[in-house]
Ligand binder design. Structure first.
Ligand code: LLP
Length: 413
């Protein structure tokens, strides 16, 4: 459920016509709906109210400081993957005791920053990293709270680039080695075993992989308990999918019901790390048609491309394209909706039925709130786009459009 709907043939973000936003702020433009974000976040809180939990928003999905602040005010924690994300989370007012830090390549500087900040837990991805964190904590006179990121050997059945829970991927500690590594961690003086973590992939559209993963993890925590290692936090990761086209992913409430039987009776707090299912359908990318061209096929050439939204190029991802103004007579065409970038892979929609549009028309790329702006770049020296947050009839510019001067800001000529 989101708040981008047609009223009298015109597409709105909550109570504001998108054409108004395009005229006022220019295109391309990321537009977010506050009501949708709040609703999605609350859905998680409600779904898991039967067990003590923290919802740690996956900052990588959308690191805009205003969005992080909004979530912080609703009680969110953060799942971070870098020092930069830690900086953003803290700056947005997310309390360090609600921050978990996952990632295969944490640097010494990042580890120090996280220790100094007093985060809830490092999710360890290798034995070497564990030793390094113990060393750094010792030098700093601190104790690092840790959990192992366990690779539960579960197939998330999603795109291979966003699947993580199998041995062949770089993530986590193979589940069969985890017990041994926990025993080793227990001997280290400067770490405190706090939790266990697993994240099996993203855009997962069934509950089974989550159930299977959790069952494998619980078997491990039972074995750990038997040898005197108690796990306080069970971090279930993120990964719940959203509807881009015709997927029917489970709702957080459905997932929570399915997990309830396994979780009840466990003396643990749980951590959830959703990104996409909170912000994905709460944001759109607004663009403008520059030209149309009939060649071997029909191209709609627009002012937005792979540098603003790389998901179609990188994962062959489907994003619905809607015209900002439509009428009963609106026609469709078959072709590609492309950007201005000098790459054949620069497309938003390829070989699809699209709304027939002409030069100057505005259109929307739906479900672009997650991994949209956060994966954008300056490729082809294109300034990064602006972001606005709509709240009913109100709109706030939450990130200014970059200027040409920004392109040389950190350069010495
Ligand atoms: N926790 C960890 C440890 C993760 O690695 C991720 C995402 C999440 C949580 C959040 O997952 P979500 O709830 O958003 O599925 N760029 C790709 C997605 C990459 C996901 C990376 N990790 C895309 O655009 O589809």
């Amino acid at each position: 459920m989101h708040h981008f709907k047609y009223k009298n043939g015109e597409l709105y973000a909550e109570e504001i016509p998108l054409s108004e936003l395009a005229d006022k702020f220019g295109t391309p433009l990321y537009v977010y709906s506050r009501k949708t974000i709040e609703r999605h976040f609350r859905t998680y809180l409600d779904a898991f109210r039967y067990i003590e939990h923290i919802v740690c928003f996956a900052v990588k999905s959308n690191p805009n400081p205003s969005i992080l602040r909004l979530l912080a005010k609703m009680g969110a924690g953060a799942d971070i993957v870098s020092g930069g994300e830690l900086y953003l989370a803290l700056k947005a007012g997310i309390p360090p005791e609600k921050i978990v830090y996952t990632g295969v390549g944490k640097t010494e500087e990042e580890i120090r920053f996280a220790l100094k900040s007093g985060i809830l837990m490092f999710n360890i991805e290798s034995e070497e990293e564990l030793r390094e964190i113990d060393n750094i904590a010792k030098k700093m006179g601190k104790k690092a709270r840790i959990g192992l990121r366990v690779n539960p050997e579960v197939d998330a059945k999603t795109h291979p680039y966003i699947s993580t829970g199998l041995k062949k991927y770089k993530f986590g500690i193979p589940i069969e080695n985890a017990l041994e590594l926990y025993i080793y961690a227990k001997k280290l003086k400067n770490v405190e075993i706090t939790g266990i973590h697993s994240h099996i992939g993203s855009q997962i559209t069934a509950t089974e992989p989550f159930i299977q993963s959790l069952s494998n993890i619980i078997r491990l925590t039972d074995n750990l308990r038997r040898i005197g290692i108690t796990i306080k936090y069970l971090d279930l990761g993120g990964g719940l999918g959203i509807k881009y086209k015709d997927e029917e992913p489970p709702l957080p409430s459905e997932l929570s019901m399915e997990l309830k039987n396994i979780l009840m009776g466990q003396d643990v707090k749980i951590i959830l790390e959703p990104g996409r299912s909170i912000i994905g359908n709460a944001g759109i990318l607004l663009g403008k048609v520059l030209y149309t061209k009939k060649a071997h096929k029909t191209f709609i050439i627009t002012d937005t491309g792979m540098n603003d939204l790389i998901r179609p190029t990188l994962y062959q991802a489907y994003h619905q394209i809607l015209p900002v103004k439509r009428s009963k007579l609106s026609k469709t065409i078959f072709g590609d909706l492309v950007g201005p970038i000098c790459e054949s892979g620069d497309y938003i929609a390829k070989e699809r039925v699209l709304p027939a549009m002409k030069r100057g028309d505005y259109f929307v790329v739906m479900s672009a709130g997650a991994y949209g702006f956060s994966m954008s770049s300056n490729y082809n020296a294109r300034p990064r786009v602006a972001e606005v947050l709509v709240d009913g009839k109100k709109v706030s510019l939450i990130r200014k459009r970059e200027t040409y001067a920004d392109l040389t800001r950190n350069c010495r000529i």
